[in-house]
Design a protein around this ligand. Sequence first.
Ligand code: DAH
Length: 342
Amino acid sequence: MENRIQNLKNQALAQIIDADIEELEGLRTNYLGRRGELNKILREIQDLPAKKRPIIGQIVNDAKKAIERAIDEKHGKLQEGTGKTKWFDPTVPGNKPQIGHLHLVTQAVEEISKTFEKIGFVRVRYPEVEWDWFAFESLNMPKDHPARDEWETFFVGTPPHSKYGQMVLTPHTSSGQIREMTRVKNPPIRMLNIAKTYRRQSDVAHIPMFHQFEGLVVDKEISVVHLKGTLDYFARSFFGPKRKIRLRPFHFQFTEPSFEFDISCDICQGRGCKLCKAGWLELGGAGMVHPQVLKNGGIDPKHYTGFAFGAGLERSFMMKSGLKIDDVRTLYSSDLRFLRQF
Ligand code: DAH
C-alpha cells in the first residue's frame, strides 16, 4: 500500500512538471478530486487492520499536500509566463541575446599598440610584481632616495633578493626599460611596454590599479628631435589631427634632460579655458635615457643614446576628443549604462 501511494505521488509530480494550465486542472481532479486516485485509497483503508489505518491515512494526506503544493507552484509559474505554454508560436522572433564588446581600456590598449606598431615599436610585457632594482635602483633611485616618494609604492612582504632587493607591485612601466635592454642586448631597441601599474592613491584622477604605456628607443644618434617627432605623431593619430604636444623641462632621475609632455586642450585648442586653464593638459614624462641607466642595462653610452616616455593610459584615453569623462573611476565601475556607450 505504501509503495502504491509513493508511486502515485511520483507519477503526479512528474506530470505536473510538464503540464500546461489546462492539464494542471485535469491532474488536480485526477489525483485530488473526490473520486480521485488518492481518495480511492482512503476508502480502501477501512479494509486494513485497525493499527495500520492511521499510518496509511497520514501517508495519503502527506502525498495530497505535496501534490497540491506542486500544482499551485506550477500554476503560479505559468501565470508569470515563464513556464511552458500550450500555444508556442515558432514564427515569433526570439529575444536577441545582447552582444558585448571589449572593455574600453582594452580598446585603448589595442589602439595605442597599433599606433606605435605602425612606426616600428614592438609591444612587450614585463612582470607586474617586480624587483626594486628594476623599478627604482637601476633607474638611479637608490634606497631612501627622496625621488621615490613620487611613486607611492606597494611593497610585497616576501624576503628580499640579495641583488635585486624587495619585491614591489610595479609603480610604473619604466621598470621594463632595463629588462628590455638586457633582453635585446644589441640596439636598436624600439620598445612599447603597456602594463598594469599600482600606486596607493584614489581620487577622481587616480586609482590604485591603472595602466601605463612606455616607449623606449635606443640606437645610434638618437636625439630629442626623435622624441618630439614620435610624441607629435602619437598626438595626431590617437587624439586627432588638430592636437599638439608640448615638452616642458622637468626632472626625472632616469633621464637627462627630462620633460613632462602636455597635449593641447580639446575644448579650447590651446588658447586656455575652464578645463585646462592654460591651454594644455599634462600627459606624461619623457626624456633622453640617462647614461648610467644605459650602463645598468648593459649598453655602452659612448656608442648609443636613447629616449623614453611614459604616460597613464586611462588618463590619455580620457583626453581623447569629445569623450568628456571626468572621473577615472567610472572606467572601472562595471556600470553597463556607462560601458555600453563605447
Ligand atoms: N615613469 C614615470 C612616471 O611614472 C614617467 C616617465 C618619465 C617615463 C620619464 C619615462 C621617462 O620613460 O623617460 O611618472
